[in-house]
Ligand binder design. Structure first.
Ligand code: NAD
Length: 354
């Protein structure tokens, strides 16, 4: 039997259709009396409705969450927590709302609860990137570990397919990264593979019928498992490229992950044959990277960086940045191969071993 260190998020999970009605109980369970609710600007009506059960315990709603947690927005949220003497923060939404909740929990040292409405998996990690002076700075702290997470499929029925698809691939990317030997444990393999299987099965069903509650539940289940795997460690060249490309060129987070995933997986394929076989099996495909690319086409997500705003002239800069402060990766970093990988991803070609 292999040796390993397994260290994942012990968050309390409340899962199931209609379970958002338990939000008040979960806040009470932590003994909190003054809750700040945070969300993205477009979700304030939803957040207001879903947190109404908190009654007087909801002291304010802050709709200032933005992708990548710009520090100025984090400061607005922190100021709201201080002004209203919040003793807890509830994030309602996807990774952006959860990121703002984490920024507040980190600074104000108050518990974070999450009501999840996308598949980003951020609710299962104790990490968060925040943008300071145009640069993404990564924080890790037990304070940012959500104390309770509610997954309620009914809340995701309105998540448009164009957001749901890439968000699902963001989850699958966590699962894939957790299969590499550098971070994998027997438990992470089980959770990652079942998470990838569930998400890969659910996404085509959601595209066919966005109101399919069963498929929405299956996708949330996949997001939870892949997020849990991410909490145990899933960083590799894939996450490095997604951060570099997403931040330097201001590209949408989930779409960037989606497009890069088949290519970054192919980059590692020769060094991780067991992970590749497992990914292929979870996707019910012959080959891991090709199976990911084929699933993207079935789901109808973007497959080319050029289609989401990446300038071709930026590919050299991205390759250079990927070589700086690298994340651990199964295959040693080779600048020429990474440049070729990015070129494939920019054009939207099928993945190949570069
Ligand atoms: P998001 O939270 O920005 O949501 C995308 C859009 O979908 C937003 O406009 C939001 O208002 C809308 N939306 C969310 N739920 C909806 C619903 N149920 N119905 C209709 N619209 C809905 O996107 P995301 O991809 O979930 O999160 C991206 C952010 O999360 C990035 O900042 C990324 O860095 C971060 N992230 C962090 C981690 C981590 O572990 N720290 C992991 C993954 C992502």
């Amino acid at each position: 039997m292999e040796s390993f260190t397994h260290d994942t998020n012990p968050a309390r999970i409340v899962f199931g259709t209609g379970q958002v009605s338990k939000l008040g109980d979960e806040v009470e369970r932590l003994g909190c009396l003054r809750t700040l609710v945070v969300c993205t600007p477009g979700r304030t009506a939803m957040a207001t409705e879903l947190s109404a059960s908190l009654g007087d315990k909801r002291v304010a709603i802050c709709g200032e969450a933005r992708m990548h947690v710009p520090m100025e927005n984090a400061e607005i949220g922190r100021a709201a927590a201080r002004t209203h003497k919040a003793d807890s923060v509830v994030s309602i939404g996807g990774g952006s709302a959860i990121g703002l909740g984490k920024a507040i929990a980190l600074e104000c040292d108050i518990p974070l609860l999450c009501v999840v409405t996308t598949y980003s998996g951020s609710e299962m990690t104790a990490a968060c990137g925040m943008v300071e002076g145009g640069r993404k700075v990564h924080y890790t702290s037990p304070r940012m570990r959500p104390r309770a997470v509610i997954y309620d499929a009914e809340l995701t029925v309105g998540l448009p397919p164009a957001i749901a698809g890439p968000s699902g691939f963001n989850a699958i990317a966590h699962g894939v990264g957790s299969l590499y030997r550098q971070s994998s444990t027997p438990m992470l393999r089980l959770t990652s593979l079942d998470g990838i299987r569930a998400m890969a099965g659910a996404l085509p069903r959601i595209m066919a019928d966005p109101g399919d509650l069963d498929a929405r539940g299956e996708a949330l289940y996949g997001a939870w498992l892949c997020g849990m795997a991410a909490g145990g460690g899933s960083r590799s060249i894939h996450h490095k490229l997604a951060h570099v490309v997403g931040c330097s060129f201001d590209l949408p987070h989930a779409e960037t992950h989606t497009i890069l995933l088949p290519h970054s997986t192919a980059y590692n394929s020769g060094h991780e044959p067991e992970a590749m076989a497992a990914i292929a099996k979870a996707l019910n495909a012959k080959d891991g990277p090709e199976g990911l690319y084929a699933l993207e086409q079935t789901v109808g997500t973007p497959t080319a960086l050029k289609d989401i705003g990446m300038p071709e002239a930026g590919l050299d800069q991205a390759a250079d940045e990927a070589m700086q402060n690298p994340y651990p990766n199964p295959r040693p970093l080779d600048r020429a191969a990474i440049r070729a990988l990015l070129d494939n991803a920019w054009h939207g070609r099928p993945p190949s071993l570069v």
